[in-house]
Every structure is written in C-alpha cells, then in structure tokens.
Design a protein. Structure first.
Length: 545
C-alpha cells in the first residue's frame, strides 16, 4: 500500500500558502525582463519585502514554509537543481549522476571544488550524514515519508555517493537530489540527533554554508541579511554584496514600499497593487502562472455531501469565469482539476463541468433536494441544504470568493453560510473535519503525485481534506508511483482526472499568476514556480555612484 507524502504535503496544504508556475523558462540572461545593455557587475544591495519570516536555519526541525525554503536555498546547495520546466535537471553539488540498469542504485559524482564557508571541502560524507538526518526518528523530519523508497546512502569515495532504492519509480532523482539541501557533517554532526529539536539556536551559532550567500544577521520577525559568500564555487558570483529580506506582513505596505523605493522587490502583489505597478515607470511587474490552485474541498462525511450528484450540482452552480474576473481580472484563469492546463499531463480532451444552474437544480432534485416549502432553499425530509463554507481571514481573494460563492449557490437553492476565520482557528477546524466546505490553496508537487488529494491513506494525514475514498483512484495513485517514467503514467493520470471530474470531491476554482514587482534598477530577476528568488546569485543593480 502506498505510503502518502504525509507531513510534507500536510504542512503545505494546511499552510495554504505555497504557489508555483512558470513563465519564460529557459530564457537566456540577456533576454530576461529588466536586462541592461551595460551588463552585470559586482556590488550593491537589494531589499526584498517578505510576508513572513523564516522558521529557522535547519529545515529538518522547523515547519515547512515558502520563505524558509527560499532563504535556505541561498545558504545550502542540493545535489542537483531542478529546472522550471519540471523535466530538466542541472548539476549543483553533483556534476554528474547515473542509474544502475535496474534503477535501484543512483550514483552521484560530486564536484571537487565546493567548500563550506570555513574552508572544509564538501564530500560524500556530507551526503550520507544528511540522509541519516532525513531518516532519523529522533530528528523527525516532516518530509521523511517521501523518501521511504531510499534504503541507504553509500559513500563510495570522497566524491561519490550512491543511493540504494527498494523500488524503481519516476521520482527517484527528485526525491534523492532535490527534496532537501546537503548539510555539513563536520559542523552539525557534533550535536546528537536526539538533541536537534532542542537546538534551534545551536545551528545558527554553528552555521557553515556552501551556497552563494552567508547569513550576516537575522532579527526574527524583522529582517534577514545575506552577504556574498567569498568561497562560493561559481566564479564571480554572486554579483550583489548584500540582500536584505525585510518582513512586511501587510500587502498594502509592501506595494507602498516598492513604489516609493524603500523595497526593491515584492514577492506577492495583490491584483490591485499590480495594476499600479504596471503604470509606474520605474517598477517592473513579473507575472507568471503558478502551479498552485485554489479549490473548495467538500466534506464527504457530511450527509448531504456524500452524494456525488450534490457535489456536481455545487460545481455546476459556481460561475468560475465571473468569479475569476471579479477577483483577479486578467491575473488568473478558471481551473477544473488539480493539473493546470500548462502542465503536459493535463488531459485537454476532458470536458470540465460548466456553469449550468439548470443542470445543478436537476441533479439536486435527483438526489432528493427540492424546494418543498417555497422559501427559496432546497430541502429533503424537512431539512434545508445549508452548508458552512470556511476560509481564512487575511486573504482578500478567498474572502471575496466565499461571498460570491454564497451568492451564486443561493440562486440554485443552497444556503451557504460563509465563515471567515482567523487562520489558525480555520486550520484547527479543518483538521477536525468541522466544516462542510473549505476554500484552500495548495501547490501541485513537482513530482505530480496526486495522492495527497485522492488517496484513502491521505485522509488520516490531513491532506485529503474532502475525505475522498475511491478504490480505483487509490489503485491509480499507487500505480503512478510505481512507473519508471511519468510518460508511462500518462493514461493513469488521464483516468484519475476523469474520476475527479465525475466525483467532484473538490470544486477547483482558479489558477492564478504570482505577481512579483521589482524596481527597474534590479536586473536578472526571473521568478518561476520553483523559486521567486531564482538565480539570486546572478541579480545585479545599476551603479548609483
């Protein structure tokens, strides 16, 4: 039976913050927006406005978050770099790699010119140590379940590490090489794994890095300052002297700081702010389609929602075109399933459920829900169809969606009670199953594993919020993970998308663009669905002397 990617995806889902997408992937640096004829040069500082702080320096002992992942990637290197096209892999610590004929062994050949910031060489011992930390029950890494197919890591020689798998599957390289960054054995191995979870400050005090930047300072909930790592293996990089990551929780304040020059880059603008940025002469907008989506999870444990006809009626009753236009304008598009249309696994032959109030009313009637007393709300056995729809405060787009859905479903006789809760309160109620509908956001994993949303095993872990359980969906999700390539899994993905279309445990609402804004003085900015701070080591600024 499949072991779902439990805690990793649970954290992603319940945080409801992760996004992804790709625009202009693979463009040459000279073609990027904001490029200058003068070319890159060393020096200067960039100020980036963040919505939240990092959770810590050691990603194995802190909750996953977008900010933490973005920042730690600047301090530590993985074995390889996944590229935004979700197919291409480029070297990082490993300069080459190869599978054995049976694909149960994956051997990485490490560069011999990468050092930790104290001058110690990076070796295969660091790779083996990192794997031991990933899998240690004492460390308790939240993503450990995602690498359950890796049995051990063998140190072949100082520059060669070999991963041994218990089965072959399409995501082996990504799981081994991009799931986590490589950690310093000579520095962090001094603290026993049993003490790691009580040692958050210890890791900061014993920090050595091998990425493009060092951590110059960190004032929690205020700012993180990165400075150039002089021992970084890429000659001449980074261009920037310093990067100041400033915590500015309010989106309005972020856009104000961007427009008046207090911030050089904002990671997520609101649609309203994006319009103002597009009108400004000294600021650039970098929109790109995310791999994240917003959907409504319908609680199948509720009596009225256990019937697929009712769930289909709910989707037919929501006008997603109007919803998106009203909330996002041109910065989002309606979505009908968990795989966006710009992903090659999307089944474009599958006709989505369209906005159709008449069909919605017919399906409700077939399920026994009619307006017997003429009060405008359908009922069955004297009980009105009243559904409590949750979303979190602080996200205006979701709050607006709740109001519009309430209005639209009211037209087909469903009484929606829109309940906007403080984020942690909403999460607690979601985990307890105390909801009828829940507006949530999640990113499609780069492995394209849909188990989080469809597998029965994922109900208990909390990622399958709808409580959807379908034997065929379970079988397909299991088989997908067993395929040696995603291309071979394509027919299974097609069938799985059809099941979700027919069963509608989720009403998928929209795929939005992430709206990054940057001052025109900053060059090399090229955000994508993997990282907003993509190629930060190649950013440079105009000479203001």
């Amino acid at each position: 039976m499949l072991s779902p990617p439990t805690r990793r995806l649970s954290a992603v889902l319940l945080a409801a913050l992760l996004w992804a997408g790709c625009t202009g992937c693979g463009s040459e640096p000279s073609e990027r927006p904001g490029a200058s004829a003068d070319g890159p040069h060393r020096g200067g500082q960039v100020v980036v406005a963040l919505t939240s702080d990092i959770n810590g320096i050691n990603n194995l002992i802190v909750p996953a978050s977008v900010t933490t992942t973005e920042v730690l990637r600047q301090l530590f290197l993985p074995l390889v770099f996944e590229q935004p096209d979700s197919r291409t892999i480029e070297p990082a610590l490993a300069e080459s790699w190869e599978f054995s004929e049976d694909r149960l062994e994956l051997t990485f050949h490490l560069r011999d010119d990468v050092q930790w910031s104290d001058g110690t060489p990076v070796t295969a011992d660091d790779v083996a140590f990192t794997f031991s930390a990933w899998t240690s029950p004492e460390v308790g890494w939240e993503s450990a379940a995602a690498i359950e197919a890796i049995d051990r890591v063998e140190v072949v020689d100082p520059q060669t590490a070999r991963f041994h798998f218990n089965r072959a599957y399409a995501g082996q390289l990504l799981d081994a090489a991009t799931l986590g960054v490589i950690l310093p054995q000579h520095a962090w191995g001094a603290l026993p794994f049993a003490e790691w979870r009580d040692g958050a400050d210890w890791f900061r005090d014993h920090l050595v890095v091998n990425g493009p930047f060092n951590l110059a300072s960190w004032t929690p909930q205020q700012e993180i300052v990165l400075e150039r790592n002089p021992l970084y293996y890429r000659d001449g990089l980074p261009h920037l002297d310093r990067v100041v990551l400033r915590v500015v929780p309010d989106q309005t304040n972020q856009s104000t700081q961007l427009l008046n020059g207090q911030a050089d880059l904002v990671i997520q603008l609101s649609p309203e702010s994006a319009e103002r940025v597009e009108e400004a002469s000294d600021v650039e907008l970098y929109p790109y389609w995310t791999r994240g989506y917003i959907a409504v999870a319908w609680n199948l444990n509720r009596d009225g929602l256990a019937d697929a006809r009712v769930r289909r009626a709910l989707t037919h009753g929501i006008d997603r075109e109007t919803l998106v236009e009203s909330i996002w304008g041109s910065y989002a598009r309606p979505l009908s399933g968990p795989i966006p249309p710009d992903v090659w696994l999307y089944d474009d032959s599958l006709e989505p459920l369209a906005y159709d109030p008449e069909t919605a009313r017919r399906l409700l009637a077939e399920a026994g829900w009619t307006d017997g007393d003429g009060d405008g709300t359908v009922d069955r056995d004297g009980r009105p169809l009243r559904l409590r729809l949750l979303t979190n405060s602080g996200n205006q787009q979701r709050e607006d969606a709740a109001v519009l859905i309430q209005e639209q479903l009211g037209r087909i006789g469903i009484d929606i009670v829109a309940d906007v809760l403080e984020f942690n309160t909403m999460i607690a109620q979601a985990q307890q199953g105390d909801f009828d509908g829940l507006i949530f956001g999640i990113t499609l994993p780069t492995t394209f594993d849909l188990s989080y949303a469809v597998h029965t095993d994922s109900i208990e872990s909390g990622t399958n919020l709808a409580g959807f359980s379908n034997p065929e969906a379970d079988r397909l999700a299991d088989e997908i993970r067993q395929q040696p390539t995603l291309e071979q899994a394509q027919p299974m993905y097609d069938r799985l998308q059809r099941i979700l279309r027919d069963e509608q445990p989720y009403t998928f609402l929209w795929q939005s663009q992430r709206l990054v804004g940057a001052r025109a003085r900053v060059h090399g900015v090229d955000p994508n669905h993997l990282f907003t701070l993509w190629d930060l080591d190649e950013w440079w600024v105009d000479d203001e002397s």
